[in-house]
Design a protein around this ligand. Structure first.
Ligand code: E4P
Length: 233
């Protein structure tokens, strides 16, 4: 199970990367626009920080751009292409070159089948956008997973367009290998009101124990001989 962050906000990515739980980052033109940054500055800073897998979306001249980006950012670059005839063609050519490709904007198993035939490393079904359109996004993840399992396909399912924490665990449960999520959802994965309440009680009990130990110190036993002095304690 891998967790990717779905954002181009470098400081936020680096803060969460410090947990050791982030396996990669996905970006798209909308996220890059929101960041107000040059895309390649974003990729460079992430690569320098050690982010192992960065999805970089190409729009025009997909094959040429994909080749250029994979040379510019070796080891970390995953070229992201849309599930269109041009995108799938680029996927095939780049995959044959040994470049990792993420086929994005996947909304059903048929598209995922074409992407896997084109050699995709990842397919990205958009769960939230499917749900917005009255189609159960998790069901689509499930059906892609079943087709891939039955056919022994190596392409991995990267569940995207995640809007709540529940969808993270259900995506994995339904066969996703990776879930990419906005930082807020990642934070929501470890935050829980009962964890906070429980911690409050444990902290108070810990503090009470510490003050009692200071008032009544435990006798020094290090220099006593077992069987003799210890029996006397
Ligand atoms: C990730 O690869 C996608 O671009 C992203 O998850 C889309 O999410 P959205 O539907 O919330 O824009």
């Amino acid at each position: 199970m891998k967790i990717f962050l779905d954002t181009a906000d470098v400081p936020t990515i680096l803060k969460h990367f410090e947990t050791g739980l982030i396996d990669g980052v996905t970006t798209n033109p909308s996220l890059i626009r929101k960041s107000g940054r040059d895309p390649e500055d974003v990729y460079r800073e992430l690569a320098m920080a050690g982010i192992p897998d960065i999805s970089m979306e190409v729009v025009e001249d997909m094959i040429g751009e994909g080749r250029r980006l994979s040379k510019e950012f070796p080891y970390v670059c995953t070229v992201k292409v849309p599930c269109t005839p041009e995108g799938l063609k680029a996927c095939k050519v780049l995959s044959d070159d040994g470049v990792k490709v993420n086929v994005t904007l996947i909304f059903n198993a048929a598209q995922a089948i074409l992407a896997s035939k084109a050699g995709a490393t990842y397919v990205s079904p958009f769960i939230g956008r499917l749900d917005d359109n009255s189609v159960a996004g998790l069901e689509v993840v499930r059906s892609i997973s079943e087709v891939y399992r039955v056919q022994g396909v190596k392409t991995q399912i990267l569940a995207a367009s995640i809007r709540d924490v529940y969808k993270v665990s259900r995506s994995f449960w339904n066969g996703a290998h990776i879930v990419t999520m906005p930082p807020k959802i990642f934070e929501g994965m470890y935050n829980h009101i009962l964890t906070d309440k429980g911690l409050e009680i444990f902290d108070a009990d810990y503090q009470a124990t510490i003050s009692r130990s200071k008032a009544f110190p435990i006798p020094e036993i290090n220099n006593r001989k077992p069987g003799k002095d210890l029996d006397a304690i």
